[in-house]
Ligand binder design. Structure first.
Ligand SMILES: [Zn+2]
Length: 142
């Protein structure tokens, strides 16, 4: 990003110097060549500016994403869960959402991944015991 800024400023400085010298050129061919060089410098500066604007947009999107995740994180708390831990939705922060748990591994990586019940076999399913919870993203089992 700094390189693009320096490139753009350098092109603008060159363009300014060329523009200042144009008035002193009395030869039409040399003046036309200087105008063409001036246009190239202006295009270089515009391209650098466009690169910078795109980079700023990308960074703004990342900041918004981080801010959104920071707000979302506050809605959960880490609790023991089965043989491990999981993030539970705080009742006071549910906003009408059903109770659910999030994978602690994915949560630590800034990702909201729901844990889903997975019965180990038909018998345990019928008894409602020995269930595991799977993360659909990192495949962790609890
Ligand atoms: Zn996960």
């Amino acid at each position: 990003m700094v390189a693009e800024a320096i490139s753009g400023l350098s092109a603008l400085k060159s363009a300014f110097d060329i523009a200042k010298g144009l008035k002193d050129i009395d030869n039409a061919a040399r003046r036309n060549a200087a105008v063409i060089e001036l246009q190239e410098k202006i295009l270089t500066a515009q391209a650098a500016q466009a690169d910078l604007a795109e980079r700023v947009r990308d960074l703004e999107a990342k900041v918004t994403s981080f801010e959104t995740w920071e707000r979302e994180k506050q809605r959960y708390e880490l609790k023991p869960f089965g043989t491990g831990v999981a993030y539970f939705l705080k009742p006071e922060m549910s906003n009408g959402e059903a109770t659910h748990q999030l994978c602690a591994n994915c949560f630590a990586r800034g990702k909201k991944s729901f844990l889903a019940k997975h019965p180990t076999n038909a018998a345990s399913q019928a008894l409602g015991t020995n269930r595991t919870y799977d993360c659909s993203d990192c495949k962790a089992k609890i």
